[in-house]
Design a protein. Structure first.
Lengths: 369, 603
């Protein structure tokens, strides 16, 4: 079922690996920005009148850095303009260095029922090096406030000097804090970020080392009862992120806010990345879309395969047929022949064998156009 | 008998690379008013891009000029430029056959060099009168008197009247023109005799058909005449005759003794052979001119289109190059790894490089070339024998009685300081020492017998690097010798790759195999499985490296905003994959086939 994404482009301090649209120096614009965000929802209200949304995801930046009243306000706008399912999943991303009891209470009142907490690593020196504003104690405090709630913790792989021992400690902190869900990401050094220099100078663990960490973390998470349901996502049974699963099932979603992207009516479109442009546009009553392309035919089929094969549930032949009216093995006969040996099947589902999930680009490339 | 014009001078210029040949040619053209200085592209004769960039002349480019000499008479000069590099000796001999004289340019700071000698001997063999010119006298390091003495001692020419010039500054250039008038003999020949014209070059013009570059020996030819050549029965009607200005300039007729061109609507490139003789169809000459000695290619390599569907474009390109590069040989070839292409033969390594570069530039084709090879004489156990230049055509080892390889007689000129290093190199390359001569205090001439297959690998680069670029090197084929040769195969994940096979001396196989495996290991991208890279001789593995399986190749995050980006990333990678060749189960980037050419030293 379709989802809604809200982008909050503010934070206290930019992390060294971050290439998201976020403006640490423009917090003063929060009020104006949120007004625009509400307005953008209003601009979309009419066309999406009949759609029932099942999830809301408030991401950033650091959504928890702004006054929680704005989050409350945003949720009110959503309820006002759109239809939500009976039991929607509403997630907010939080930086442990920015929360208090009152904030969390407000979020809950706004309808938030899932929290995503950026732990990253349980080694304070590493947190400091990557520019995080919190330490391990902040995380523990934050999760105490979330006791009994459904929350996820983010963990990073591939930090400078990171050892298996560091990772073990991090996973133990995350699991011990009661997280129902853990995302374990490999750091991706993007051009333009401070960490990219470290990468260029060979200071970060290489692919082989990251894989070592990943395999180690995977085994540890499994031991602690977290099941892998996507390349980088693990959870206790029944705690998958519905919002994210929707992406991998090639479901529809609408994004609001600067740089937010959407997939609706078979088209993928993206809002402008400029804060000023975004606000000017919305205030003038126009949608701030800068890129907009129809995804059809082979392109759509490839997306379906590429996204489905990220997950443990894999690619369902029946769902593919439902979407495109054809057999995926027929549509990709040559690619399938070349990659068959990397797959396992269960009923109508095909998924990548465990040991190849982390090298899946080499498999997916065969299916690309 | 109507004798040829006594005021014609047909000459070429020979010089070592960098001794200033093109600059001298430019000045001569300027002085004869042929080309106004301001209109001149620098070094007009070197009309190919590659020539100008590398500062070398590959193609002959003739030009006709008129000079009013001090004796009050006007002379017609036909200058035929020549390439300087040893690989193009064939081209040189073609130009020489069209001339009566040669201007020998010697750099006053360098003296006589190996290649200068080789070309001078060629000129002398062709009975050409040689006019020495000493160039670069403007440089402070010029040693005019020593250079003159060297010309007299080493070559045996009288250099007392040699003009001393600076082509760069235009100093004393008039003396060169006067020397040409005085020393180069006028052509002989009978303008009324049956037509006899030597084809010394040709090229294809889209409008006029094949343009023949000719040196008229006897008779006259004009538009409307019916002509034929001795090697073909086809008869053509002449549509245009003319001279080179250096661009084509139509003239009413060409007479015995002149140099010019003939266009006769010749449509087929294959119908013309450089070295053949043109004669009248209605009144043919009794016999052809001697032509030139046909040269045999000595270096071979496979050339394949990077994009397999461009085979026909490649064929067209090679045919067109062949038209004005008679020394290039080729035949269709088929490789399991590389698909359809051509096996080409060249006069040397530089020639090979130039042809590859011309295909890429002038025809805009991306190509893959295999390692250079030479032609081996294989004696089979059943008594038969034949030549093989393509390693993948070698019969199984059990069927080979023995093999012979081409040997060259090499002359290396080096400052004495580097003697030890040069001798060590020659020994490493299986060279056999023959002689050593001190030419003067600064130069030693070493004579070696060397296997050609060692030279085509990396000999020249090594020689230059070991002598800081001072040594020069010349070679000629000295025949075949029995040798212990083996075929070195490369296996990728157990599958032999024909395009990577080489023929090497038994003693070198181990080292070559190791180097190759190491190079390939680094050049082959990691794939989903481990790839053993093995070198094998006669089925026995002699070296092995492993390309480890890739362990991480995934986009860690793929949420709403990442999907389009990820899709494009994979599509781009797929694009790169299309440029790869599949060898058994392994995907190999086309650059890998060049790895084998890498010159890092065998370990």
């Amino acid at each position: 079922m379709p989802g809604i994404y809200l982008h909050i482009p503010f934070c206290k301090h930019k992390c060294t690996y971050c290439d998201f649209t976020s403006f640490p120096d423009k917090l003063a614009f929060a009020e104006a920005y949120m007004a625009c965000l509400y307005k953008e929802m209003q601009l979309r209200a009419e066309e999406l009148r009949d759609v029932v949304f099942d999830t809301v995801y408030i991401g950033g930046g650091t959504p928890s850095v702004i006054d929680p009243a704005y989050i409350y306000g945003a949720m009110k706008q959503i309820v006002k303009h759109f239809k939500l399912s009976k039991d929607p999943e509403v997630t907010i991303e939080m930086n442990p260095g920015t929360v208090n009891e009152k904030k969390i209470a407000t979020y809950k009142r706004a309808g938030v029922n899932r929290f995503s907490v950026g732990l990253q690593t349980a080694i304070d020196a590493q947190l400091e090096e990557i520019g995080r504003i919190h330490n391990v104690r902040d995380y523990l405090y934050c999760t105490t406030l979330l006791k009994g709630e459904n929350f996820s913790a983010d963990v990073m792989l591939g930090l400078r000097g990171q050892t298996k021992e560091d990772l073990r400690k991090t996973i133990e902190v995350a699991a011990g804090s009661g997280a129902t869900h853990i995302s374990m990401y490999a750091l991706t050094p993007e051009d333009g970020t401070p960490i990219y220099t470290q990468y260029l100078n060979g200071e970060l663990p290489d692919g082989d080392e990251v894989r070592e960490l990943y395999d180690y973390g995977y085994a540890l998470l499994k031991e602690k009862g977290y099941r892998r349901y996507e390349v980088s996502n693990f959870c206790k049974p029944g705690y998958e992120s519905r919002h994210n699963l929707n992406y991998w099932r090639r479901g529809e979603y609408i994004g609001f806010g600067v740089s937010a992207s959407s997939f609706f009516y078979g088209r993928r479109f993206t809002n402008t990345f400029g804060l000023d442009e975004y606000m000017k546009c919305v205030l003038s009553g126009f949608l701030p879309v800068v890129e907009n392309e129809a995804v059809e035919g082979e392109d759509a089929k490839f997306e379906f395969v590429m996204l489905a094969l990220r997950t443990s549930e894999g690619l369902s032949a029946a769902k593919y047929r439902q979407a495109f009216g054809s057999d995926w093995r027929e549509d990709f006969r040559e690619a399938y022949r070349r990659t068959e040996r990397y797959f396992e099947t269960e009923g109508d589902r095909t998924f990548i064998k465990d040991e190849y999930l982390y090298v899946q680009n080499k498999i997916l490339i065969e299916y690309a156009n | 008998m109507a004798s040829a014009n006594k005021n014609i001078r047909n000459f070429c210029i020979i010089a070592h690379i960098d001794h200033g040949k093109s600059t001298i040619a430019d000045r001569i053209m300027e002085l004869t008013g042929q080309v106004a200085r301001r209109d001149m592209e620098e070094q007009l004769l070197d009309s190919m891009d590659i020539e100008r960039e590398r500062g070398i002349t590959i193609k002959l480019a003739p030009v006709r000029m008129y000079y009013s000499a001090k004796d009050g008479q006007e002379y017609e000069f036909n200058l035929i430029d020549t390439p300087g590099h040893v690989d193009f000796t064939y081209e040189v001999s073609r130009s020489l056959a069209a001339c009566e004289g040669a201007v020998l340019v010697v750099d006053a700071t360098q003296g006589v060099e190996a290649q200068t000698l080789a070309n001078v001997y060629l000129a002398l063999e062709n009975n050409l009168e040689i006019v020495p010119v000493i160039n670069k006298i403007d440089l402070r390091s010029a040693r005019i008197e020593e250079t003159k003495a060297e010309i007299e001692d080493v070559i045996g020419l009288d250099a007392s009247e040699a003009p001393c010039v600076s082509a760069k500054e235009g100093t004393n250039m008039q003396d060169v023109l006067e020397a040409i008038v005085k020393f180069v003999p006028p052509p002989e020949g009978d303008t009324a005799a049956p037509l006899k014209a030597l084809i010394f070059d040709s090229y294809y013009d889209n409008y006029k058909g094949v343009i023949l570059f000719v040196r008229m020996k006897d008779g006259t030819v004009r538009p409307g005449d019916r002509i034929k050549t001795f090697l073909s029965d086809k008869i053509y009607e002449v549509t245009e005759t003319g001279a080179f200005s250096p661009r084509l300039q139509p003239k009413e007729a060409l007479l015995a003794g002149e140099v010019g061109y003939i266009a006769a609507s010749i449509k087929s490139i294959e119908d013309v052979e450089v070295g053949d003789t043109v004669t009248g169809a209605d009144r043919p000459a009794a016999e052809p001119l001697p032509g030139y000695k046909k040269v045999q290619p000595v270096v071979f390599c496979g050339i394949y289109p990077l994009d397999g569907s461009k085979f026909n474009d490649l064929k067209e390109a090679i045919l067109k190059l062949k038209l004005n590069d008679a020394s290039l040989t080729f035949e269709p070839d088929n490789s399991v790894a590389l698909g359809f292409g051509f096996r080409c033969g060249f006069l040397g390594l530089l020639h090979m490089e130039i042809v590859q570069e011309r295909i890429e530039r002038e025809f805009n084709l991306d190509i893959i070339t295999t390692a250079p090879s030479v032609s081996y004489l294989v004696h089979k156990t059943d008594g038969s024998e034949f030549f093989v230049d393509n390693p993948s055509h070698l019969p199984p080892a059990a069927e080979i009685e023995y093999m012979e390889e081409p040997i060259v007689k090499a002359e290396i000129y080096s400052p004495p300081d580097y003697l030890g290093s040069v001798m060590e190199l020659c020994r490493d390359k299986r060279g056999v020492f023959k002689d050593m001569t001190y030419l003067d205090t600064r130069r030693v001439k070493l004579e070696y017998r060397l296997p050609l297959n060692e030279i085509v690998y990396d000999f020249f680069d090594e020689l230059k690097s070991r002598t800081k670029g001072y040594a020069s090197f010349d070679y000629e084929i000295a025949g075949y010798e029995r040798s212990k040769l083996v075929k070195l195969d490369i296996l990728l994940n157990g599958d032999a790759c024909d395009a990577l096979s080489t023929i090497v001396h038994e003693e070198r196989a181990y080292a070559r195999g190791r180097t190759l495996c190491e190079n390939l290991k680094d050049a082959i991208p990691r794939q989903l499985f481990e790839i053993p890279v093995q070198a094998a001789v006669g089925g026995k593995i002699i070296a092995r490296e492993t390309v480890k399986a890739v362990r991480k190749d995934v986009l860690a995050k793929c949420y709403g905003g990442d999907i389009t980006r990820k899709k494009k990333l994979l599509e781009k990678q797929k694009e790169g994959k299309k440029r790869m060749r599949q060898i058994g189960t392994v995907e190999v980037p086309s650059e890998v086939f060049m790895e084998i050419l890498k010159t890092n030293k065998d370990k």
